[in-house]
Design a protein around this ligand. Structure first.
Ligand code: GZL
Length: 328
C-alpha cells in the first residue's frame, strides 16, 4: 500500500472513531450535556390568585430554565376543568413528566389514570389530591397545611394564656375544597377546641384573594357584634381584610388581632406596621427541588412519596428585622 493510501486510511479510521464517540451519548461531546435528551415537562399551575402563587410560578419557571428543562406552562385561573384540559394536552404532546398543583383535592383519578396509561409520570407540588390510588403520582412536594393550622392555633392559645373572657374568631378560608383550606382549618380547629373561650363565630371562603378577603371581612364586620381575632388562610385575604377593618374605623392588630399564613413581603410590611400579629410561613420557593425530583422520577430513581417543605413562624416583633431577607 502506498504511503498516501496508508495516511488516508488512518485519517478515515480516526474520523469514524470520533463521530461514533460523539453520537453515542455517554462520554460524548460534553457541550451537548453528555448526549442526554432535553426533558419536556408539562406544568399546570393553579392560577395567579396571590402573592404566594406569583412567587411559586417564578420559582418553577426559573428553576426549569436553570435545569435545562423545556417547560410547557399552563395557568388554570383557579378552575379544575382547565387543569384537566391542560393535563390531557400534555398527554397528547407526549411530555416526559407532568407536574401540577391541584386547585382542589378531589376529582383527579380519571385524568391521572390517562397519564398513567400513557406512561407519563406525574409529580404533585404545593397541593395534594385525595386519590386513594397512590400509583397515580410518583411523589408530593409541598407544605404540611395541617401543621400550619396547628401553628396558628398554638400562637392564639399562647396569646390568650390565663385569660377567661370569650374570644370571638372569624375565619377567612382558602379556596373551597383545596388542601390548604381544608387542612389549615382542621389543624387550627384541633388546637383551639381544647379551650371553651375560643369561638369561631363566622367562617367563609375568601378564595385566597385580596378582593374577596376584603368583601367577606366587610360582611363579618356588619354581622358580628364583637370580633377579637381574624384567622386568614393566606396573606392576600388578610391584607384585604385589613382594608375593611380600617374602613370600619378599627385598628388591625389591636382591636382585631390577625393571624395569617404564607409570609409574603407585603404581609411582613403590614406586620412591621403592627397590623398583623403573626404569620405562619408557607414556602413557595419549590422550583429547584421540584426540577431535581422530576429528573429523578424520569430516570426511574426511587424518590420519597412525600417531601415536606421547611418553614417557620414570625411574630410582629420579628417582622422588621426579617423583612429585608424575605425572598418572596
Ligand atoms: C399553599 C398554596 C396557597 C397559598 C395561597 O401551599 O397552595 O395557595 O397559601 C395560594 O396564597 O393562593
Amino acid at each position: 500500500m502506498s504511503k498516501r493510501a496508508a495516511v488516508a486510511l488512518v485519517a478515515t479510521a480516526m474520523a469514524v472513531a470520533l463521530t461514533a464517540c460523539g453520537s453515542g451519548g455517554g462520554s460524548g461531546d460534553k457541550a451537548s450535556g453528555g448526549g442526554d435528551k432535553q426533558l419536556t415537562v408539562g406544568f399546570s399551575q393553579v392560577g395567579a390568585e396571590s402573592g404566594w402563587r406569583t412567587a411559586n410560578t417564578k420559582s418553577v419557571q426559573d428553576a426549569a430554565k436553570k435545569a435545562g428543562i423545556n417547560l410547557k406552562f399552563s395557568d388554570a385561573q383557579q378552575k379544575q376543568e382547565n387543569q384537566i384540559k391542560a393535563i390531557r394536552s400534555f398527554i397528547q404532546q407526549k411530555v416526559d413528566v407532568i407536574a401540577f398543583s391541584p386547585v382542589v383535592e378531589s376529582g383527579w383519578d380519571t385524568v391521572l389514570k390517562e397519564a398513567k396509561d400513557a406512561k407519563i409520570p406525574v409529580v404533585l407540588t404545593d397541593r395534594a389530591v385525595d386519590s386513594k390510588d397512590e400509583s397515580l403520582y410518583a411523589t408530593f412536594l409541598g407544605s404540611d397545611f395541617v401543621e400550619e393550622g396547628k401553628k396558628a392555633g398554638d400562637w392564639l392559645v399562647k396569646e390568650y394564656q390565663g385569660k377567661t373572657e370569650p374570644v370571638n374568631i372569624v375565619e377567612l378560608q382558602g379556596t373551597t375544597g383545596s388542601a390548604p383550606a381544608n387542612d389549615r382549618k382542621s389543624g387550627f380547629g384541633d388546637v383551639i377546641k381544647g379551650d371553651a373561650k375560643f369561638k369561631v363565630v363566622a367562617s367563609q371562603t375568601g378564595d385566597f384573594t385580596r378582593a374577596k378577603g376584603k368583601e367577606v371581612m366587610q360582611a363579618f364586620l356588619k354581622s358580628q357584634p364583637k370580633i377579637d381575632v381574624l384567622y386568614a388562610h393566606n396573606d392576600d385575604m388578610a391584607l384585604g381584610a385589613i382594608q375593611a377593618i380600617e374602613e370600619a374605623g378599627k385598628t388591625p392588630g389591636k382591636d382585631i388581632k390577625i393571624i395569617s399564613v404564607d409570609g409574603v413581603k407585603d404581609a411582613f410590611t403590614a406586620m412591621a406596621a403592627s397590623k398583623i400579629n403573626v404569620v405562619v410561613e408557607c414556602n413557595p420557593l419549590l422550583g429547584d427541588q421540584l426540577m431535581e425530583l422530576i429528573k429523578k422520577v424520569k430516570k426511574g430513581e426511587t424518590v420519597e412519596r412525600r417531601i415536606k417543605t421547611v418553614e417557620g413562624v414570625f411574630t410582629m416583633d420579628q417582622a422588621a428585622a426579617a423583612l429585608p431577607n424575605r425572598q418572596y
